[in-house]
Design a protein around this ligand. Sequence first.
Ligand code: UD1
Ligand code: CA
Length: 453
Amino acid sequence: MDLHVVILAAGKGSRMKSSIPKVLHPLAGKPMLERVLDTATGLSPKALHVVIGHEADQIRTAFLDQSINWHEQLEQLGTGHAVAQAAPTIPDDATVLVLYGDVPLIRAESLKRLIALVDNETLGLLTVELNDPSGYGRIIRNAADEIVAIVEQKDANSDQLAVTEVNTGIMCVRGSNLNAWLPQLSNKNAQGEYYLTDLVELAVNQGNEVEAEQPDSIEEVQGVNDRLQLCELECWYQSQQAEQLLLAGVSLFDPNRIDIRGSLAAGIDVVIDLNCIFEGHVALGDGAKIGANCIIINSTIGPGTIVKPNSIIEDSIVGSGAVIGPFARLRPATILKDNTKIGNFVETKKCEIGRGSKVNHLSYIGDAIIGENSNIGAGTITCNYDGVNKFKTEIGDGVFIGSNSSLVAPVVIRDNATVGAGSVITKPVEPNQLAVARARQTNISGWTKPVKK
Ligand code: UD1
Ligand code: CA
């Protein structure tokens, strides 16, 4: 049976108080709607439909690279009306799953259980028990415990309001039934809306069954209406990830002070100090230690490597046994081989630094390749840019660069060469040579010091 997923995202989201559409607000670094789309994609649907209305263009342009059937709901006349925008393109023999762009943490496992309930005579609902059901549609069951209706809070009597089983909004139904029942919805209710939830009563009245499944956790079906709810879900999601890391053998000093906006693969005996942020795909080898306040983005850190506090690493690959930071910045396309050292206030970019080489203090290394066991002195700068073009610096094995040197690229410094401190190197330095390129010191005797005017 082909699966068609319909994601509702036409609502205004005014409680976010934002110029950004609600469903584009990120949770753990990813827009809410993208999370729902990713989860839906995991179910291998035949088609993905998204119903948009408010800020339709902004939402559409955020997903240009995906094959999505967009449906514009010009007036928001209710959830039933919203699904009706997509329905004409959904075949009768499809299974239709309705999701919400502002319910970001729904999991595929729960949805698979829901989809499994549905056949030609059965409509499936995802429901939850809530201590405080206020605001939600209530699930009404008969004496035989069969679901017979959903009553919205605003339409409910006092008996119905006492019901604690609520509608999550997530529903699954056969295409033929959806197409038959949607035109039968009316808006004669407290809110004057076409309620998708009224499909339940229609189904039952026409001799069908309604069955319910429950998600593994309440947070999966929690909707976001304001930034407080978004923040609460973010915190819950982060705490789940922290828990998984701890159980997988990673030490965290405080599980409330780590943020993973993407995926973090960590070996055993990894230690992560407070307030670290991981973005995109990050891998940490066995025994790696990440100091406080580090930000690591799309990078691999090898086994036993120590990243000291306040370092930022992006799109980089670091080998084993390296020591980085504190206050180091590895910019994209940095490759550090095993046992390298990058010290404080060192910036690297598009460079490869060979095994055992050290750049310990206050340097910029960009568009460079450095061999093994070389020592780059404090304040060394690779002058890689002439204002228009970028040029490469090549440094061999066993090289010693004296402090405060400028290496004007393109330039080559071959194996075991030495550069004297304060040099401006513009020409190749051959193996084993000492290059000194600086104005010679002149001492002037009897110098009269300036006086204050
Ligand atoms: C809906 C359910 C309610 C359920 C609750 C769970 C109905 C009638 N009620 O109520 O039973 O307990 O969700 O959160 O379905 N939307 C559109 N177009 C519209 C109206 C809504 O796209 O015309 C979208 C909204 O953007 C939102 C979602 O549908 O993402 C839910 O709409 P909302 O108005 O918040 O429904 P609730 O009143 O919360
Ligand atoms: Ca809602």
